[in-house]
Each structure stands twice: as structure tokens, then as C-alpha cells.
Design a protein around this ligand. Structure first.
Ligand code: GLN
Length: 294
């Protein structure tokens, strides 16, 4: 069992030396992988033709992909695949659950993934998630939530709608977003908060939104190339909620970030054998070399 970043609001400046914050809206302790045997979650059949009740596998790590029908741009599904693979390579059994916007969010997953989205699907996703309430429960019990771009914005308190109008977010982490003057599009490179022990991030960004980090959260990284939050920082985290503007997909390009999330959910993990890391290492160095050359 690992301890997520601990308490202590640190202001809005990306001061890596300051105390890491709590998840201000996410108290509660994690109780480990599920081993409670066969249980069910979800709603009875909703009449949509999709199974409403599913069986839970004992002892498995449950990855919940939230609203792939609304939030999944630029290959963000790769985040799910990488978590699955890196867990399985460590002998952890994995169950992947895809939850469309007409389905209830399962309350008992281990890692919840949200991807990027266009403006209108993003607003719809925020409304449905508010009505569902599941992610709020997950955050309150300290579940792991990894949110990319539109997903990142909507786990905050507010984001900018299609015309720049403020739209209420889920308020799971102390960030708020509005629409910037220009779109941030292109490659991004950023140095991660040393507290997290994750190597330099590489990714692709495409967003109009700019994000302000409140005192209850902390920037994930400092931008060296690209836009990120728009103030020289990139992404945010508090407790076991972590958001980023990075596509790429982020966890494919940054396996260290994938391992951080797995560690939050499953406890300390052994390193992978070098040969299992070859492709990831090659992709990272190719992307970084291309960006630095450009
Ligand atoms: N619609 C949001 C924005 O433009 C998010 C975009 C995205 O997820 N790529 O900021």
C-alpha cells in the first residue's frame, strides 16, 4: 500500500519544495485490490441492450474507462492498454471496464480513466457525471483518477464551454479552467514534480482551455516546451487524482506515470525486465529527439 501525496496546501506557485497537498475533496483511505469474491455492481439492465450488471473478478485490479463514447481523443484508449499491460507483466490480474455515458459509473473500480473530448461532448460528460455521482464517491474514498485534457478540466470546479461560458465541473480537485486566447497545439515536454519520481513527460496537446491551480492541488510538472496549463506549469495532482493535458497517449509515452498510478492503486511494484521496456524507451527517445530537433 502506498501513501499518496500528503497534506498541506502550498499556494498556486509551482514550488516543488513545498508540502504536497491533500486531495481536498478526496479523503479516505484505500483498502487495496478487491478480493471480496463475486459481487456485482452497476444498474439492472437499462434496456439499452448493454449488460447492466457485471461480475467482479476476485483479486483483480479494476480499470474503469469513463465514457469512451464522449471522451477519447487522440488515442487516449492507449492509457488503458498500457496500464493493463504493465500490471499484467507484474503478475497482477486486470479487469477492464468500459462505461459509456448511458451507463452507471461502477463505484468499486481501482483506477478511473478519462480522456480528451471536443467541447460539446465534454459538457455532456460533465453533466452526466454530475448526475451519476460515482466519481465523487470514488474521490471521497481515495480511488485513483487519471484525467486527460477535457477530462482533466471537468474534474475541476469549472471549465470554459464552447463559447467560453463557465461550465460547472465535478469539483474533485482544486483547479479551474477557462478558455485561452489561442489553442495550445503541438508537442509538449515537461519536468515532473520531483515528489512524484517520474521522468520528464513527453506528449501531444491540443486544447483551448487554460487551467489555474488552486491551493489544494499542485502542478504535475513545469513546461519546457509547449503550453500546458498556460502559466508555465502542466497538469495537476492532489491525493490520488492526477490530471494532464498530455495525449500521445500520455501513459504510452510516459510509462513512469503509468507505474505511479499503478503504485497508488496496488502498492509498490517491481521494475520490469529491461526487454519489456525496449519499445517504450525507443518511443520516448524518438519523440524527445524529434521535438528537440524541431
Ligand atoms: N475542449 C477542451 C479544450 O479545447 C478539451 C480539448 C481536448 O480534450 N483535446 O480545451
Amino acid at each position: 500500500m502506498t501513501t499518496p501525496p500528503a497534506a498541506g496546501p502550498n499556494g498556486t506557485s509551482p514550488d516543488w519544495a513545498a508540502d504536497p497537498p491533500t486531495a481536498p475533496f478526496a479523503n479516505g483511505s484505500y483498502t487495496g485490490l478487491h478480493s471480496s469474491g463475486q459481487q456485482s455492481f452497476g444498474q439492472p439492465d437499462t434496456g439499452t441492450g448493454r449488460p447492466g450488471r457485471r461480475r467482479r473478478r476476485a483479486g483483480s485490479l479494476r480499470l474503469v474507462w469513463v465514457y469512451p463514447d464522449l471522451l477519447s481523443t487522440y488515442g487516449d484508449r492507449g492509457n488503458l492498454l498500457v496500464l493493463k499491460r504493465r500490471a499484467r507483466l507484474r503478475g497482477i490480474e486486470v479487469e477492464c471496464i468500459e462505461v459509456n455515458a448511458d451507463e452507471q459509473i461502477p463505484r468499486s473500480g481501482d483506477i478511473y480513466l478519462l480522456g480528451g473530448g471536443e467541447d460539446l461532448p465534454q459538457i455532456l460528460a460533465a453533466r452526466r457525471l454530475q448526475a451519476d455521482g460515482g466519481l465523487t464517491e470514488v474521490a471521497a474514498r481515495g480511488g485513483v483518477i487519471f484525467a486527460v485534457c477535457a477530462g482533466y478540466q471537468l474534474v475541476g470546479t469549472e471549465f470554459g464551454g464552447a463559447e467560453g461560458e463557465p461550465v460547472a465541473g465535478l469539483g474533485l480537485i482544486d483547479i479551474s479552467s477557462g478558455r485561452g486566447e489561442r489553442r495550445g497545439v503541438g508537442e509538449i515536454v515537461a519536468d515532473v514534480d520531483p515528489e512524484l519520481g517520474v521522468p520528464q513527460l513527453t506528449g501531444f496537446e491540443n486544447h483551448q482551455g487554460m487551467t489555474r491551480i488552486g491551493p489544494g492541488a499542485r502542478p504535475l510538472a513545469r513546461v519546457s516546451i509547449g503550453v500546458g496549463n498556460g502559466d508555465g506549469t502542466e497538469g495537476a495532482y492532489a491525493g490520488r487524482i492526477l490530471g494532464t493535458y498530455l495525449h500521445g497517449p500520455a501513459l504510452v509515452r510516459n510509462p513512469g506515470l503509468a507505474d505511479l498510478l499503478l503504485t497508488w492503486a496496488a502498492g509498490p511494484l517491481p521494475p520490469l525486465p529491461a526487454e519489456s521496456e525496449d519499445w517504450a524507451r525507443q518511443l520516448r527517445s524518438e519523440r524527445l529527439a524529434a521535438v528537440l530537433a524541431g
